[in-house]
Write a protein that binds this ligand. Structure first.
Ligand code: XMP
Length: 511
């Protein structure tokens, strides 16, 4: 049972997920909900504390997101961060927010007047991270100003009696050097939260829930070999054993050795009944001559559904379908735009109009928590730490039309890249690293001969949730090794280029 919940109300801030993750790092369960959540619903959630996130709007805008001021009377400790603090100030009697003469972006020193509440044991002049154009002009009745910076008069405000706090800086980012301690003070000292969120307890509870839900019915799972669907099926298997059948569709667009490895792990190490469908021919035939990326995705999605439905019929009375949906797929965000971009990714090509009841045992978890569950369940490292891989697979990493020859070139180059990244000890540290085969050729010289071959594009990015990503500054020696090996070992390739674009403006995949 989760007794302690911390509710993060999201006003569309770029760090809302990060706030929730920071709370969970203290082994306290946190959930993100839209700022529109009603007081009735908040009471039902019954959180031990509430955090109001930052957000891109100004509280002075007419259409700025607001909360019902009754929230401040619930007798629940509240921390407002940046926009959240300004909202707090402008929603309560006596409080006022103004446009600052000078915005404050980046590092600032916190001048602490009173080491109370949140600021207990925090050193004066500690570095905090600011990002705001508005500031609190006057605090609501009952609040004290307990810290300022050179630019911002009210950097931390507190109503100690009511346990309402506002911080103008972002305690959730690492650039706020004592951010963790400040959040710790808020959660454990002010809100009396308890650290009762552990992955072992989570597994036991989910196993019971799944047993209760499924009873003696049959369950199927579309397994892709990725972390999420693998962990979801291992968890469901723990609960209902052979009542679960996994369906693994090999569309021929997987990486070198991947199909074999997934089959081996699931049937040999876990004994999970697995239907393997060799769909290579079918998918390639359907993709023949198709160059448009969206068209490729549609064809793959459609074929995937067809194969899956055909195979599902063979599993008697399967009433339930397991999906590896994770928390970042389902967050009901204040930022509607971000929510829609994500929502397409979790379905993994499974039909939405299927007549199944869903089991989504990872719905409440972030990716790093899913990996922890995988480890506790004993899944091997090569599954738990597998980098995310898109449902349409290598089809969207071959620019232009796809054929067996190009697939084989890309698989070889990609395998070398993965091996070198692993040997350099960087595989886990990087969100995704992969090769892309473009639809062009260039001139080279090898031995004394002219070559006219494909270039290969190397892409490596760091990310927390794939919504934004930075290109990785791979060491030159490593890039040199990768380049040498690929041009020497894959004869159709005579040039290697490195993609040094972040997301935005690029996306992670090329198509
Ligand atoms: P982009 O290219 O949009 O990708 O920056 C963000 C993340 O999503 C993965 N991706 C997909 N995953 N089906 C999936 O299951 C898809 O159609 C798909 N397209 C992109 C991509 O690998 C990255 O992790």
């Amino acid at each position: 049972m989760i007794n302690n919940k911390v509710l993060v109300l999201d006003f569309g801030g770029q760090y809302s997920q990060l706030i929730a993750r920071r709370v969970r790092e203290f082994n306290i369960y946190s959930l993100i909900k839209s700022y529109k959540t009603s007081i009735k619903e908040i009471k039902e959630i019954n959180p031990v504390a509430i955090i109001l996130s930052g957000g891109p709007k100004s509280v002075k805008n007419e259409n700025a997101p607001k909360v019902d001021p009754a929230i401040f009377e619930l007798k629940i400790p509240i921390l407002g961060i940046c926009y959240g603090m300004q909202l707090m100030a402008s929603s309560m009697p006596g409080g006022k927010v103004k446009k600052a003469k000078q915005g404050e972006y980046g590092k600032a020193k916190l001048k602490i007047k009173n080491k109370l509440g949140l600021l207990k044991d925090i050193d004066n002049d500690t570095q905090v991270w600011m990002s705001h154009g508005d500031q609190v002009e006057s605090m609501p009745d009952g609040f004290y100003n307990i810290a300022h910076t050179n630019v911002t008069e009210v950097a931390v405000m507190a109503d100690i009696k009511k346990k309402l706090y506002g911080v103008q800086f972002h305690p959730e980012v690492l650039h706020t050097l004592k951010g963790k301690e400040i959040l710790h003070n808020f959660l454990f000292v002010e809100s009396k939260a308890k650290a009762d969120w552990t992955m072992v307890d989570y597994i036991s509870e989910e196993v019971l829930n799944i047993k209760k839900q499924v009873k003696n019915k049959k369950v199927i799972c579309g397994l892709s070999g990725g972390v999420d669907s693998s962990v979801a099926s291992a968890l469901v298997y723990k609960a209902i054993k052979e009542q679960l059948t996994c369906i693994f569709v090999d569309h021929g667009l997987l990486r070198k050795g991947e199909a074999k490895e997934v089959r081996r792990t699931f049937s040999e190490e876990f004994n999970i009944p697995l239907i393997y469908v060799d769909g290579k021919k079918r998918f390639l035939e359907n993709l023949k001559g198709v160059v448009d990326p969206e068209e490729k995705r549609k064809i793959i999605g459609r074929e995937f559904i067809r194969v899956f439905e055909e195979e599902a019929k063979k599993v008697e009375n399967a009433e339930y379908l397991v999906q590896g949906t994770i928390y970042s797929d389902v967050i009901e965000s204040g930022n509607e735009h971000a929510a829609t971009i994500k929502s397409h990714h979790n379905v993994g090509g499974l039909p939405e109009d299927m007549d199944f009841k869903l089991i989504e045992p990872l719905r409440m978890l972030f990716k790093d928590e899913v990996r922890k569950i995988g480890e506790v369940l004993g899944l091997p490292d090569n599954i738990v730490w597998r980098q995310p891989f898109p449902g349409p697979g290598l089809a969207i990493r071959i620019i232009g039309d796809i054929d067996e020859k190009k697939l084989s070139i890309l698989k070889e180059a990609d395998a070398i890249l993965r091996e070198e990244i692993r040997n350099a000890g960087l595989y886990r540290d990087i969100w995704q690293s992969f090769a892309v085969l473009p639809d062009l050729k260039s001139v080279g010289v090898m031995g004394d001969d002219r070559t006219y071959g494909y270039p290969i594009i190397i892409r490596a990015v760091r990310s927390d949730d794939a919504m934004t990503a930075d290109w990785v500054h791979l060491p030159y020696d490593l890039l040199e090794n990768i380049s040498n090996r690929i041009v020497n070992e894959v004869k159709e390739i005579n040039r290697v280029v490195y993609d040094i674009t972040s997301k935005p403006p690029a996306t992670i995949e090329w198509e």
